[in-house]
Design a binder for this molecule. Structure first.
Ligand SMILES: Nc1ncnc2c1ncn2[C@@H]1O[C@H](COP(=O)(O)OP(=O)(O)OP(=O)(O)O)[C@@H](O)[C@H]1O
Ligand SMILES: [Mg+2]
Length: 224
């Protein structure tokens, strides 16, 4: 299986390198892997995800995402790489002034896809996340679980190679959480999408094989 993410002696830090959060971490993630990342509050889970989509740069070591070295990636290359990443946040981060449908195709709009492609993709995704009835509503007219389904549909809109999700079910009840886990599981199973999810509550029902990383005391450890 091909390697999608590779970290070697990765050190991540804030405050001009003075505040080291993750130290000397090494791991490999392959295409189609489903990875849960857990660990205490403040341990660096969000920080690790941020390094994977280039919001922060590694201080030391190597971090390859889709073959791109994140330590010295240039703006244009990063922009290109992000086209292959789907990102999901705990607080949804939808545009409240836009309809559900428009929110879902936002990544396609940014990339200048023709309107008919956007339309077709929107219909497919709305159906997939069971929101066809709500296409013309606005995010604040939806429940939290429905808003996060919009977030998932948006992340899937460009058939990403990797999905990065930071506490995607953190604000949801168990029922809505299970719907989100199901959608992520399906993306992994059907499209071989690599999925990395930070969560403090692993799903109780999960049918795919998965990997589990724990971040603790500045290290990233895999549970075996
Ligand atoms: N922009 C920043 N500048 C300086 N320090 C930061 C910044 N963002 C986070 N930190 C610090 O880095 C550490 C790790 O933060 P991070 O957000 O990665 O933790 P987390 O594991 O995601 O925690 P939680 O479970 O609470 O979301 C914390 O001590 C935090 O205060
Ligand atoms: Mg966090």
């Amino acid at each position: 299986m091909s390697t999608v993410i590779s970290a070697k002696n990765l050190t991540l830090a804030y405050d001009n390198g003075r505040n080291e959060i993750i130290k000397n971490a090494s791991f490999e993630i392959r295409k189609g892997d489903f990875v849960f990342i857990t660990g205490p509050s403040g341990s660096g889970k969000s920080t690790l995800l941020k390094s994977l989509y280039g919001e922060i740069r590694p201080k030391e070591g190597s971090l390859l995402v889709g073959g791109v070295e994140m330590r010295n990636v240039k703006a244009r290359k990063l922009q290109e790489l992000r086209k292959h990443l789907g990102i999901i946040f705990q607080d949804y981060r939808l545009i409240n002034e836009w309809t559900v449908e428009k929110n879902i195709v936002l990544p396609l709009m940014i990339d200048g896809y023709p309107l008919d492609v956007q339309e077709a993709q929107a219909q497919r995704l709305l159906k997939h996340v069971k929101l066809s009835e709500h296409a013309d509503r606005y995010p604040l007219e939806l429940s939290g679980g429905e808003q996060q389904r919009v977030g998932v549909a948006r992340a899937l809109s460009k058939n990403p190679v990797v999905i990065l999700a930071d506490e995607p079910t953190g604000n949801l009840d168990e029922y809505s959480s299970n719907v989100i886990w199901d959608l992520l599981e399906n993306a992994c199973k059907q499209l071989q999408t690599t999925v990395l999810v930070v969560t403090h509550k692993m799903p109780t029902v999960f049918s795919l094989p998965y990997r589990h990383f724990i971040i603790e005391s500045r290290g990233v450890y895999e549970v075996r």
